[in-house]
Design a binder for this molecule. Structure first.
Ligand code: SF4
Length: 228
């Protein structure tokens, strides 16, 4: 199999709720978020791992880890993803998918085939700021993925990275209202942008953190904050 996997995190307790897991990092992405911490990964400048090495790693950890996180970059861009997920499940792992939601057709395929145990979906920005934040204008594709997950039984979380030079409490209120409207009842993570050695595009200065107390509380879902 030829896969755009550039790196493996061999163990994590934080990325797949209630599971021990490893992370497969896919190179390439269909967004260009200015605050992205992984420019080399996104722009496909990293060396790919040979399939034999990935296979050997997965076989060696088979009985030691509960799950595999498919992350990136954007892993749904890889045509081999469904086949790899099947392979990983046959080894006995549970599967978590990290996605920006721009490929609802792949998400649909994986959900229909019952190949996913957990999904983390990025809600990058409300419609009117989506292009500015992500460099892409396909908000409707993302929204389709969100709707699909809201009507499916697979547990999922939603997360938004917030750089207050780009988005503020008003924008988060719009996102929260949309999540309420769709009946989302899981965990919503607000991730404070942390300065990084390199980002994908130049950023304005961030002078403050998001004021979480200025946000409404939700009866439907739980809001958490964490650093990105
Ligand atoms: S932060 Fe944006 S550009 Fe970077 S990997 Fe995630 S979706 Fe892609």
């Amino acid at each position: 199999m030829k896969l755009p996997i550039c790196d493996i995190t061999s163990f994590t307790l934080q990325d797949f709720p209630n599971h021990t897991a490893c992370i497969l990092w896919f190179g390439g992405c269909n967004m260009r978020c200015s605050y992205c911490h992984n420019p080399e990964l996104v722009l496909g400048k990293k060396k790919l791992l040979p399939w034999q090495d990935i296979q050997q790693f997965l076989k060696e950890r088979q009985k030691l880890l509960d799950g595999v996180v498919f992350s990136g970059g954007e892993c749904t861009l890889s045509p081999e993803l469904p086949e790899l997920i099947k392979y990983v499940r046959e080894l006995g792992y549970k599967v978590k998918l990290d996605t920006n939601g721009l490929r609802p057709e792949i998400l649909d395929l994986l959900l229909t085939d019952q190949q996913l145990d957990y999904v983390a979906l990025d809600y990058k920005a409300p419609r009117d700021k989506f292009k500015e934040i992500t460099g892409k204008s396909q908000f409707d594709m993302f929204r389709k993925s969100l709707e699909m997950l809201c009507t499916n039984d697979v547990p999922f979380e939603v997360r938004t990275t917030v750089h207050t030079g780009l988005m503020d409490e008003k924008d988060i209120k719009v996102i929260m209202a949309d999540l309420e409207h769709l009946g989302f009842n899981g965990n919503y993570y607000l991730q404070n942008f942390q300065p990084a050695p390199s980002t994908l595009r130049p950023l304005p200065e961030q002078l403050r953190k998001l004021d979480i107390h200025a946000l409404p509380s939700s009866k439907a879902f739980t809001v958490h904050t964490r650093n990105f």
